[in-house]
Design a protein around this ligand. Structure first.
Ligand code: 13P
Length: 254
């Protein structure tokens, strides 16, 4: 299967200018040392750091993404950022529908789908996030919830070239808890089946499905070696270049 592993860092609401410059510079320098790495790298800083990070990544193979976007290209939407603006400042990706946005900003599947469509129209690739809460998991609704989220928040027009799915169990984010590798593989395989139904087998087989939620150097190799896990969306451990690169080292050979 020719799915290139994607090692993605979601910096969330962290970092001032100097931190962003240093972190991006360190990641770029480490990735450069890998020569032609077998995997792809992505960092997603907060909006305020995009320009600084872009400069620090210059000449490196590390792509940059944002953490959200609006559905419109421009206009009267105070405080929002459009996908066209993100593309303009050097982003090639945008994370959409992260559970923290679903919770903090009441984002619905429908809105997330519209954001993804707008991002694709602007020429951005999307990382669309899904995942169950602890209560949903306890009620054995994980696959149902993920199915509903995929059906509602992934555009019908999505392809493996413009869309990446991130499975992030809400209860595993920032908690140090992770599902067992067997559970992760079961959910990822189920997600791929749903994608096949929605987008066709060709797209589903090529589309990358990342795991996110307390991924760190100690558990990355086990998670990233699962057949249907095509990379990681890393929060806390992406804020330290050495941890981020240690996670990558478990799968990206020189
Ligand atoms: P942590 O790696 O800090 O658990 O965060 C995961 C996440 O939410 C990435 O989007």
């Amino acid at each position: 299967m020719s799915r290139k592993i994607l090692i993605a860092g979601n910096w969330k609401m962290n970092g001032l200018l100097e931190d962003g410059k240093a972190l991006a510079g360190n990641v770029a320098a480490e990735v450069k040392k890998l020569g032609k790495p077998e995997c792809e790298f992505l960092v997603c800083p907060p909006f305020t750091l995009l320009t600084t990070v872009k400069k620090a990544l210059r000449g490196s193979k590390v792509a940059m993404g944002a953490q959200d976007c609006h559905t419109a290209e421009k206009g009267a939407h105070t405080g929002d950022i459009s996908p066209v603006m993100l593309k303009d400042c050097g982003c090639s990706y945008v994370i959409i529908g992260h559970s923290e946005r679903r919770a903090d900003h009441h984002e619905s599947n429908e809105l997330i789908c519209q954001k993804a469509e707008a991002a694709h129209k602007a020429g951005l690739k999307t990382v669309i996030c899904i995942g169950e809460t602890e209560a949903e998991r306890d009620a054995q609704k994980t696959i149902d919830v993920c199915t509903r989220q995929i059906m509602g928040s992934v555009p019908d027009s999505a392809t493996a070239a413009d869309t990446v799915i991130a499975y992030e169990p809400v209860w595993a984010i920032g908690t140090g808890k992770t599902p067992t590798t067997a559970d992760v593989e079961e959910v990822h395989a189920a997600i791929r089946k749903v994608l096949a139904k929605k987008l066709g087998k060709g797209n589903a087989n090529k589309m990358r499905i990342l795991y996110g939620g307390s991924m760190k150097p100690a558990n990355a190799a086990a998670l990233l070696s699962l057949p249907d896990v095509d990379g990681g969306l890393i929060g806390g451990a992406s804020l330290k270049a050495s941890d981020f690169m240690a996670i990558a080292a478990s799968v990206c050979k020189k």
